[in-house]
Ligand binder design. Structure first.
Ligand code: AMP
Length: 292
């Protein structure tokens, strides 16, 4: 049987579930080469001193806190719920969801305070209890491990506190949101004592550089366009780029070529404004890696 290399940094990720594909994609985009097949327990990276362990995601905060592994990739929801002491190194911008309190759409309850004396079903009892206690609303929290959404229909609870991303599961079960307990996304977390091991800490810094490069690249698009020279000041105002856009001459002295980057979240608004400024031949490319 292959053994883990004690010298390598160990990273635990979800073996099978919602976060697995995006986590593997991110690690690959960060330039890590490793095999990954269904029955795997761990993979050793060929080109980086990192071993990837595939585990149940509920166990990840504890494994990281106890030092069984050095790093973990896990939803913030589990870090909050398990209350394990770990260092949050990087938010990874996927697995976005909220722990949401919801009630049946035909319920008389329209305000959280009306839940006093009622039952709330959840798989996140620690966070849910704390949420209601902070608001001094006395509820009975019932812990359910799955299919929390059907508990009001079964008469088990008046409300639920469950993870919601698109909201389609709430709709399907005729539930409406009442309040947000917390927001979550996927995080890279580390054992709190990682810094004491200089060699491992240096490897983790290298990994962070790669992950930040991969994440930043997803946030931006590279765009090239031909622009009337006279429009340059207004173009710079719309697309400041990273430092400032690159401007290249063209054969026509009244026209220049502009190269810049645009954030994904404002991309379409920027393109519309650039068109209004008379730019032509706008070319857009994805960015593979980016180091700001
Ligand atoms: P699962 O594979 O269903 O156990 O989900 C793993 C993780 O995906 C959760 O712990 C959350 O961090 C994240 N997640 C994102 N959206 C949702 C959602 N709508 N329901 C459950 N988990 C979600």
């Amino acid at each position: 049987m292959r053994k883990l290399n004690g010298e390598n940094v160990k990273l635990a990720i979800q073996k099978e579930g919602r976060l697995t594909d995006e986590t593997l994609n991110l690690l690959r985009t960060a330039g890590l080469h490793f095999e990954s097949y269904k029955q795997r327990l761990f993979s050793a990276c060929r080109n980086f001193p990192l071993d990837i362990l595939y585990v149940r995601d509920d166990d990840i905060p504890e494994y990281v806190a106890e030092g069984v592994v050095d790093l973990g990739i896990v939803g913030r929801n589990l870090v909050v719920e398990t209350q394990q002491p770990v260092d949050e190194l990087l938010a990874l911008d996927y697995g976005h969801c909220t722990l949401t309190v919801a009630v049946p759409s035909d319920s008389d309850i329209t305000d959280l305070s009306q839940l006093a004396g009622h039952k709330v079903a959840t798989s996140y009892p620690v966070a849910t209890r704390r949420f209601f206690a902070e608001r001094k609303i006395e509820v009975e929290v019932i812990t359910i491990s799955g299919s929390v959404e059907i508990t009001p229909a079964l008469g088990i609870a008046t409300a639920i506190a469950d993870l919601v991303s698109t909201g389609s599961s709430l709709k399907l079960n005729d539930l409406v949101p009442l309040a947000t307990v917390f927001e979550s996304q996927s995080l890279l977390v580390a054992n709190c004592k990682l810094g004491e091991n200089e060699r491992k800490a240096a490897i983790v810094e290298r990994l962070l550089l790669r992950l930040r490069g991969a994440l930043a690249a997803r946030e931006y698009k590279y765009i090239m366009m031909n622009a009337p020279r006279a429009a340059l000041p207004r173009i710079f105002a719309i697309t400041p780029g990273l430092k400032s856009p690159t401007v290249l001459p063209t054969a026509d002295p009244d026209w220049v070529a502009v190269h810049t980057v645009v954030r994904e979240d404002v991309f379409w608004e920027v393109i519309e404004q650039l068109r209004l400024l008379g730019t032509q031949g706008i070319l857009v490319s994805p960015i593979e890696k980016m180091f700001i």
